[in-house]
Design a protein around this ligand. Structure first.
Ligand SMILES: [Zn+2]
Length: 443
């Protein structure tokens, strides 16, 4: 074996690879190639005896797991965190968020907000996020700077914004933006028709045509609130999911954010078409949208990942919080403590997200050949001891404050308060600058 190609060896007290399912490896080394891919996973003693790495990171009391995948967010909205709270979705959108977006959203806003969000996510163990927002080219700038991985949705809607005038214009601008980051290994993209209530049938058909031609997935909001379903019944005579089925939108490339209100036939439909759901428990609770029936989705065999939604409706981009909440809500709502065990919650936040993005051959688990998107969590805290099962602690006890290291493709992008490519002073400057511009839209 060529010993010079091992760039990095991470020796950890526990390695939770996620695949194979339910496995916890003790005193294990993850060896990483120069190109950021995982070379091998070996017991520490064996790795030391057989392979020499350029760099060794010793994590004597840490758990090492795959980077968390935030399956639904609007990263730039980090600048609107706490601007308008305690309002139902439509009031919140129509009277605060949309007016603020019309007035304040520029490429600079998106770049700044996405940098703020990327820094927050890296520090919280998130290595990849599935985004949907205006000016994706500006979001890409921030993603490239921070070093995080992103699946950038090219937003489409019928309503004009500072960014685009109509569905054709959104599509044109999105596809141009995508040309700009082609060849950037950490950015992939999808088409992101905003929601059934902001898209005409004709616009959905255009999105579908491009999706098929370019082989892109689709990221949309679907069945988030009862109001959305009632409006669809009034306007089209059918529920949004049936409308999506009729338009040919349902398929294995679809990531449906929320899906709070589904009946059994709709779950079966989503399963049959191989659609994915981005479950966003905190956002659904905060906007009073309801509680998604995750146990029934999983029982039906739908792939369910986890998302934070934007920081304006959460207000944290904290995937540890989402994992815990997803597990607890499912148990409480179904009156069954056995549903969504810790292992499942962790899979939802990692490999299920990767599957939804069509990136499960590259990320979502710690396996040879996959990219080294990894997170270390320090378990040497009184609250994490004794540790009978590190997966249980990761979901029910530990928080993002226990994250010590975040690697993306083998690159250490965050370590104990320090970012590789982002200065805390820059983040402070961003928030100071934007605060007065957004203040007029506060609730
Ligand atoms: Zn959303």
């Amino acid at each position: 074996m060529n010993t010079t190609e091992i760039a990095l060896a991470i020796e950890a007290r526990w390695v939770i690879p996620v695949i194979p399912q339910g496995v916890v490896l003790e005193h294990t080394t993850v060896l990483i190639n120069d190109d950021g891919s995982i070379h091998a996973i070996l017991p520490i003693a064996e790795a030391r005896a057989t392979l020499k790495a350029t760099r060794v990171v010793r994590l004597d009391h840490h758990a090492l797991m795959p980077g968390l995948i935030n399956l639904h967010t609007h990263a730039a909205m980090a600048l609107m965190r706490g601007m308008a709270d305690d309002l139902p979705l439509m009031d919140w959108l129509q009277h605060h968020i949309w007016p603020a977006e019309r007035a304040a959203v520029t490429p600079r806003f998106v770049r700044d907000g996405t940098l703020l969000a990327s820094a927050e996510m890296l520090a919280g163990g998130v290595t990849c996020f599935n985004d949907m927002y205006f000016y994706p080219d500006a979001a890409a700038e921030a993603v490239i700077q921070a070093g995080i991985r992103a699946h950038l949705g090219l937003v489409v809607m019928d309503f004009p914004s500072a960014y685009a005038t109509d569905a054709d214009d959104y599509l044109l601008k999105g596809l141009e933006a995508r040309d700009g980051w082609r060849g950037t290994s950490r950015i992939t993209s999808s088409l992101a028709p905003h929601a059934p209530y902001t898209m005409s049938d004709r616009s959905f058909e255009k999105v579908m045509t491009y999706a098929e031609q370019l082989g892109l997935g689709i990221h949309t909001h679907l069945h988030e609130t009862r109001t959305e379903i009632e409006q669809s019944l009034a306007q089209y005579g059918i529920r949004p999911i049936q409308r999506m089925a009729d338009l040919g939108i349902l398929g294995p490339g679809l990531v449906a954010a929320h899906a709070v209100h589904l009946d059994e036939a709709e779950r079966t439909l989503l399963k049959e078409f191989g659609c994915h759901i981005a479950h966003c428990p905190a956002s659904n609770l905060k906007l009073g949208s309801g509680v998604a029936n995750v146990p029934a989705m999983l029982e039906t065999g739908i792939n369910v990942g986890l998302g934070t939604d934007g920081a304006a409706s959460n207000n944290r981009l904290d995937m540890f919080a989402e994992m815990r909440l997803a597990a607890l809500l499912a148990k409480g709502a179904s009156e069954d403590a056995a549903v969504v065990p810790a292992t499942t919650a962790l899979e939802m936040a990692t490999i299920n997200g990767a599957r939804a993005l069509g990136l499960d051959d590259k990320i979502g688990s710690i396996e040879p050949g996959k990219l080294a998107d990894l997170v270390a969590i320090d378990m040497d805290h009184a609250i994490c001891n004794p540790c009978f099962d590190p997966v249980s602690h990761l979901v029910y006890v530990a928080g993002r404050e226990h994250v010590t290291h975040t690697w993306v493709a083998g690159e250490l992008c965050y370590q104990e308060g320090i970012y590789a490519h982002v200065e805390p002073a820059e983040l402070k400057e961003i928030t100071t600058q934007w605060y007065p511009k957004l203040s007029p839209f506060r609730a």
